[in-house]
Design a protein around this ligand. Structure first.
Ligand code: NAD
Ligand code: TYD
Length: 373
């Protein structure tokens, strides 16, 4: 079996569902269920003996060692992290604790377990660390996308904590020979995405008739990848990636935030028109920018394509439509995650940006016409 950390979160739960949809190899899923962990994502596995859920903290090295000794996985796929840039600005400590100390604890437990394996098991064991393109910092409009050789330049507490974890993983391979793999992926979107991140936030706010907050000028660029494509890429890297290597994963889908939001509004106008036939675009509202906001991310995904034959199956158009359809069909999931804690976060993040900005500054139709042209 394999051991997955953070498998109750957005990408982790998609990965576990995807894995068990393709293979009978079991999964031990270790997650301490922070606000971002949600066992409802895994409801379809409730009676599936191939899935063992364990509520535990990756920072607890002894607990990790005991789990490894008990379940004897042939691989660890490490998703568990604090993952939201805005939260890292409000409270970086949790990011250092889980992303840095937690990865360190897990690496220590993995090293102890792996060192004691028989030669045959030792040679097939893998530690796959799931990381982000944000470790590379921000691109200017004319720079080429991030290749694996790009110098690290993290700008937020989140990306700095992920960069630290990447360096620890690299060091454990270099120093101890731990058979590691690292993936640095661009922004994901798709089912079970917690509505604090841009795409699900816009969908749920639009449907609730609330403002659609755009940070700053909305011209920040992200490279979007459908989560199922990320899961497929991780499976490829785990199966065939050369030990010690890094693979950048991206969708070749660079989009400005405002364009993404326009696309979401247009799909909703089509699939769930408002009774008065006005467009959801009218809810778009500019708010104060994120401090230190990275302007552009883009991934050069040629290495994983050439080495492992992976390319994304979804285009942005197909993936984003599927995603909107999923949110429309799963309103109870949305209602469930919008608990008191979620509302507290929304209040903290958006009231800091100025209530007046939220209430006013709706884009004028002439703005919208020029921006979408
Ligand atoms: P998420 O926030 O949705 O989920 C994180 C999961 O980790 C949650 O289930 C949470 O309960 C769990 N967790 C947090 N701290 C833990 C701890 N101390 N011990 C055990 N479990 C803990 O995150 P996500 O968006 O699914 O991201 C998963 C991974 O992929 C992260 O490492 C992130 O850095 C990376 N990544 C994310 C994106 C993206 O666009 N979301 C892109 C590239 C890479
Ligand atoms: P996010 O989904 O938080 O991912 P990341 O910061 O890791 O890229 O944000 C994606 C982009 O959308 C980012 O440039 C910030 C922007 N954004 C908004 O404009 N408004 C919002 O309310 C949020 C949450 C994000």
């Amino acid at each position: 079996m394999i051991l997955v950390t953070g498998g109750a979160g957005f990408i982790g739960s998609n990965f576990v569902l995807d894995w068990l949809g393709q293979s009978d190899e079991g999964v031990v899923n270790v997650d301490n269920l922070t606000y971002a962990g949600n066992l409802h994502n895994l409801a379809s596995l409730r009676d599936d003996p191939r899935h063992v859920f364990v509520k535990a903290d990756i920072c607890d090295s002894a607990a990790m060692a005991a789990l490894l000794a008990r379940h004897r996985p042939r691989a660890i796929v490490h998703f568990a992290a604090e993952s939201h840039v805005d939260r890292s600005i409000h409270g970086p400590a949790a990011f250092i604790q889980t992303n840095v100390n937690g990865t360190f604890s897990l690496l220590e437990a993995a090293r102890g377990y792996w060192s004691a394996l028989e030669a045959a098991d030792k040679s097939v064991f893998r530690f796959l660390h799931v990381s982000t393109d944000e470790v590379y910092g921000s691109l200017t409009p004319d720079e080429p996308p991030f290749a694996e050789t790009r110098q690290y330049a993290p700008n937020s507490p989140y990306s700095a904590s992920k960069a630290a974890a990447d360096h620890l993983v690299r060091a454990y391979h270099h120093t101890y020979g731990l058979p590691t793999l690292t993936t640095n992926c661009s922004n994901n979107y798709g089912p079970y995405h917690f509505p604090e991140k841009l795409i699900p936030l816009i969908i749920v706010n639009a449907l609730a008739g609330k403002p659609l907050p755009i940070y700053g000028d909305g011209q920040q660029v992200r490279d979007w990848l459908y989560v199922g494509d990320h899961c497929a890429a991780i499976r490829c890297v785990l199966a065939d990636g050369a030990v010690g290597e890094v693979f950048n994963i991206g969708g070749w889908n660079e989009k400005a935030n405002l364009d993404v939001v326009h696309t979401l509004c247009d799909i909703l106008d089509d699939l769930r028109p408002k009774p008065d036939c006005s467009s959801y675009r009218a809810q778009i509202t500019r708010v104060q920018d994120r401090p230190g906001h990275d302007r552009r991310y883009a991934i050069d995904a040629r290495k994983i394509e050439h080495a492992l034959g992976w390319t994304p199956a979804e285009t942005f158009d197909s993936g984003i439509r599927k995603t909107v359809q999923w949110y429309l069909a799963n309103q109870p999931w949305v209602a469930d995650v919008q608990s008191g804690d979620y509302l507290k976060w929304v209040e903290q993040n958006y009231s800091d940006r100025g209530a007046t900005a939220l209430a006013g500054a709706v884009l004028t139709s002439s703005n919208q016409a020029s921006e979408s042209a």
